[in-house]
Design a protein around this ligand. Structure first.
Ligand code: UGY
Ligand code: MN
Length: 260
């Protein structure tokens, strides 16, 4: 919570939030404003919807805390929908119709269309996951396929030649994939090399650190736990601040398709 209640349960201080919502453009959603949503299939889980069509996104993002018996046995996804899950903390079992994979922090799974995703918290403590779904855009002659991995087993790339900005590409570059997930990490003081202006959208979940984020040519303070939606063509750039952890975020980006 971003505010404190007094011992009577009433608010001490002001009702305020760092969240900024510019529909179809960009948004910063801070954790203190999140509410729980009932999403069919999820049990013993606190589910908050982040990016969605109503915000202007062509995908849906969720942040979910799964309690001891947290699960989704109904299957997440659906006809024509691709899905992705990333374990922020804890231990998760993710299954398709044939196999179960155990993921720990930094673990992730991409399921292509035609395969529902079944989820189960695999520990007594809470497990926190970031979940994504999008309608898949097929490309004749190519197909996406299941990917299960952990970022700790991937090689980081120096982002655009900078030693203090690292990039991890989570999914294959294969044309069958119409989007990718990445992690970007900025050491305190490090920044993008320029303000990006591009066609692709992002949904970004901040995994660590603090920073300043430029959205539509205005700077906003951001930190671990925040979610940022960046719509098509929104100017965007960041730098890390503070003395400790790098500013690090997981984000999606559409790719490999020629727009209509
Ligand atoms: O891949 C990207 O477009 C990424 N560099 N964007 C961002 O960090 N806002
Ligand atoms: Mn970008």
């Amino acid at each position: 919570m971003g505010y404190k209640n007094n011992n009577m349960g009433y608010l001490d201080g002001l009702l305020e939030s760092r969240s900024v919502i510019k529909k179809n453009d960009f948004a910063i959603i801070t954790p203190d404003g999140l509410v729980n949503n009932v999403i069919p299939g999820f049990e013993d889980s606190d589910v908050s919807i982040l990016g969605s069509k109503k915000l202007g996104a062509s995908f849906v993002d969720y942040i979910i805390t799964m309690h001891q018996n947290g699960k989704n046995e109904r299957g997440f996804g659906g006809e024509g929908i691709e899905t992705f899950v990333y374990v922020v903390s804890g231990k998760l079992e993710v299954s398709d119709d044939k196999e179960t994979h155990e993921l720990t922090s930094g673990g992730y799974a991409y399921f292509p269309v035609g395969q529902l995703m079944y989820l189960r918290n695999a520990q007594a403590d809470e497990t926190e996951i970031f979940l994504y779904k999008k309608r898949y855009e097929p490309l004749e002659g190519y197909e996406a396929y299941k990917v299960v991995d952990n970022v700790d087993d991937l090689e980081a790339i120096e982002y655009e030649g900078m030693k203090d900005v690292l990039l991890w590409d989570l999914l294959p570059k294969d044309l069958g994939f119409d989007m990718n997930f990445h992690i970007l990490s900025f050491e305190p003081g490090a920044s993008h090399g320029y303000v990006e202006t591009h066609y692709q959208e992002h949904g970004a979940y901040l995994l660590s650190g603090k920073g300043m984020y430029n959205l539509d040519n205005q700077w906003y303070p951001v930190q671990k736990g925040d979610y940022i939606f960046m719509g098509a063509y929104v100017q965007q750039a960041a730098y890390g601040v503070g003395r400790g952890e790098p500013l690090k975020y997981l984000y999606s980006k559409d790719c490999n398709r020629d727009p209509e």
